[in-house]
Design a protein around this ligand. Structure first.
Ligand code: C2E
Ligand code: CA
Ligand code: CA
Length: 698
């Protein structure tokens, strides 16, 4: 399903990339060509139609002569000829053998005749070319043809474009061709009619009529008058005008098509917040750029750059102001790009960049500089930017030759950059993170855990481990902390560091907290019933859980359900669990205490506002973070801090637990300072329930 969607998306991208205007240009060019051919054919047709009309008229007259001859069968031959001669037409009559019997006028008929079809008369007629003025003649395709081009060229004076020019004397009249060429007024038209007969050119062709045993062949005249010529010219002008108009329409259509295409493409590729490019554009362009990479010097990296706290900025100011900052950021990045580098605004406060680099350190320095500049892009605020970098692999063959990429999955390359950037999740500071395959493994692990968490809980795959807390002076067991372990059928033994952060993010941690509290209460109850000497066991409660207003009651009810006494349960809160509503927190702590539970502050000293929290929270136990006991053991300053922290706790009426204590010197020192308990590998590691049970006294 997702795949087919992707294919569809790909297809539409390719469509945009392919500019279809060339096809329409080709199509329109063909259309214009066709029109020119059609108009030439039309002019040709006009001429042949005119010739056909005139020839048919003449043919009717010749037929009349034939009828005249036949209808006077009873008079003498010589008399018949006299009658025919009165028609004034040159003709001759031949017998069956082709012998001339009689002729009138000059016989300039050529020998060979061809059958032509006269459309107007609807008859097939044998026609002969005139030997003297042979502009009209029968053609092979069964028609009468007027070779008007030769006729015009020869008979008229023309300029280079074939237009009649100047004047011609004809009898007592002067024919002004310039005036015929530029017909403008009615007077001009009248002038054409006036000289019509004078300018007429009679183009002869011989037509024959069958008269039984004889054949009459007479000279027919295709009379071309000035009117005809003017008509042809007007038709020619109209046709060229039409072609020009069509040409203009077509050209403007193509241009507007181009413009429209560009506009659509621009719209499609424009980010409307920054007015620069968007993700679609970036995808198309980066694919083009990357596909051309053929040089090992020019490596490319894809970046995901995020303006941190954009939403908060919009909340405090306005969305318009937020978008204004995005625009500035976009413009600034664009101003820092080199040739063949790209930047686009993708979503919310995310930008995608494609940068060229030769040296990884240079790239790192360049991005740091860019972040530095962007942080100060606004004089009134200091912003933070996080960048995820995915260096794109160069493909090489076995001989080390660089291969051109055929297909590049831009989505996943960018996603890798985003995944690198996502490692900052939760942080609001600027930074750079690089993508590597560990991240993919990490994400796979997160997905697997999320998928299995509920099932693991239902199947009781989570186990409670107990880490004892000892009195450093007497070495007596004084308490324990319950710590989770996952005994997965698939992954084996999994430590909390690999699952708790995932549960904290996805909220499943509240289920885990319930699970742990219930199991600890159940265990305590069982040990009590066995007659063992139980000590308080502390359980970690996360921030997500602590925010719930009835948390104290939830815990009380869960423990009561199992039947464990409240003084055997302690609730550990880490600094990060402290949230903004101090009064609500104090209220929850007080209620927990009122039900008889102890409440401890975990990891004291690892955060930065521990002292502040201590001031306000009515806590029972202070757990000194393991960090105090790491590294340099002869650190006077460290010892002073621990000593003072213990003193402080005592004066606040709090018990102290030192975590992560591994060596005897530390134990002795802590005993000396009056630390109440030690939870560390020196005494014991976290252990399964049964092992812990062994450590409890009767
Ligand atoms: P934490 O609450 O600070 O737990 C103490 C961690 O320090 C435990 O790690 C423990 O094994 C370790 N530790 C104790 N003594 C020593 C020592 O001497 N040396 C060293 N190197 N480490 C020592 P663990 O069990 O891996 O737990 C890690 C963290 O996971 C815990 O830190 C806690 O924040 C969280 N966690 C564990 N179980 C739970 C749980 O049930 N619920 C919640 N919400 N968080 C839990
Ligand atoms: Ca803890
Ligand atoms: Ca701790």
């Amino acid at each position: 399903m997702a795949k087919s969607k992707n294919i569809k998306k790909e297809k539409s991208f390719r469509k945009i990339k392919r500019n279809n205007s060339w096809i329409s240009i080709l199509f329109f060019t063909l259309a214009i060509g066709l029109l020119v051919v059609l108009s030439l054919a039309f002019v040709e047709f006009l001429f042949s139609y005119a010739v056909d009309t005139k020839a048919s008229g003449e043919y009717e007259s010749i037929k009349y002569m034939a009828r005249l001859y036949n209808s006077n069968a009873d008079i003498e031959e010589a008399e018949k000829y006299k009658l025919l001669n009165e028609e004034g037409r040159e003709y001759f009559i031949i017998d069956k053998n082709g012998e001339e019997i009689y002729s009138f006028g000059r016989n300039t008929c050529s020998d060979t005749g061809k059958t032509v079809f006269l459309g107007i008369s609807d008859e097939n007629v044998i026609a002969y070319k005139d030997t003297e003025i042979g502009y009209v003649y029968p053609t092979n395709n069964n028609a009468l043809y007027l070779d008007y081009k030769s006729f015009i060229k020869k008979e008229f004076k023309m300029d280079e474009d074939g237009v009649f020019i100047g004047t011609r004397e004809e009898g007592d009249k002067t024919i002004d061709y310039d005036r015929i060429n530029n017909l403008e007024t009615l007077d001009d038209m009248e002038y054409v009619s006036e000289i019509n007969d004078i300018v007429s050119n009679k183009l002869p062709v011989w037509l024959s009529v069958d008269m039984g045993d004889k054949t009459l062949i007479a000279k027919a005249y295709i009379k071309l008058s000035a009117n005809d010529l003017a008509l042809f010219m007007i038709m020619g002008i109209v046709m060229s005008f039409l072609v020009i108009i069509l040409f203009i329409i077509v050209v403007s259509n193509v241009i507007s098509g181009f413009v429209r295409q560009r506009r659509i493409t621009n719209f499609f590729f424009t980010d409307h917040v920054t007015k620069s490019h968007n993700w679609m554009w970036f995808k198309v362009k980066s694919e083009q750029v990357l596909r051309k990479t053929s040089n090992a010097k020019n490596k490319y990296a894809m970046l995901n750059l995020v303006f941190v706290k954009y939403r908060t900025f919009c909340l405090c100011h306005s969305v318009e102001e937020g978008e204004e900052v995005l625009r500035k950021v976009s413009n600034h990045i664009l101003s820092r790009l080199n040739k063949k580098e790209l930047c686009a605004h993708t979503t919310n406060s995310n930008f995608a960049l494609l940068l060229k680099y030769t040296d990884a350190d240079d790239l790192d320095a360049r991005i740091k500089t860019l972040i530095g500049e962007l942080e100060q892009i606004d004089t009134e605020h200091k912003f933070a930017f996080q960048v995820g970098i995915n260096k794109i692999d160069i493909l090489k063959d076995d001989n080390g030759k660089i291969l051109r990429r055929k297909k590049i999955d831009i989505d996943s390359e960018y996603n890798n950059a985003c995944a690198a950037r996502a490692t900052f999740e939760g942080s609001e500071d600027s930074g750079i993170a690089y993508f590597d395959n560990k991240l993919v493994e990490e994400q796979k692990w997160i997905d697997a855990v999320q998928e299995k968490q509920q099932q693991a809980l239902d199947n009781e795959e989570f186990q409670v481990y107990y880490q004892p807390k000892y009195d450093p002076r007497t070495n007596e067991l004084r308490g324990a902390e319950a710590l989770i372990r996952w005994q997965s059928p698939e992954y084996g033994f999994v430590s909390p560091g690999r699952i708790i952060p995932i549960f904290e993010k996805n909220g499943f941690i509240t289920e885990i907290d319930h699970y742990m509290i219930k199991h600890v209460a159940k265990d305590q109850k069982a040990w009590l019933d066995k007659g063992l000497k139980c000590v308080p066991v502390s359980v970690n409660v996360s921030r997500a859980h602590f925010i719930e207003s009835d948390l104290a009651e939830q815990i009380r009810d869960m423990i009561d359900e199992e039947g464990a006494p409240h003084d055997l349960i302690e609730i550990e809160l880490t600094e990060s669990a402290f949230f903004d509503d101090k009064n609500a927190m104090i209220n929850t702590i007080e209620r927990l205490k009122s039900y008889g539970f102890s409440v401890s502050m975990d990891d004291f000293g690892s955060g930065y506002s521990s002292l502040n929290s201590l001031k306000d929270m009515p806590l029972d136990v202070l757990k000194l973070d393991a960090e105090f006991f790491r590294g340099d053991n002869d650190n006077d300053r460290g010892e002073i801090v621990v000593t003072e922290a213990i003193k402080l706790a005592k004066s606040l009426n709090m018990r102290t637990v030192a975590e992560g204590v591994e060596i005897k010197e530390q134990v002795d020192f802590l005993a000396e300072q009056g630390c109440d308990m030690i939870q560390g590998y020196y005494f014991a590691k976290p252990m399964p329930k049964d092992e812990y049970e062994q450590r409890m006294g009767n």
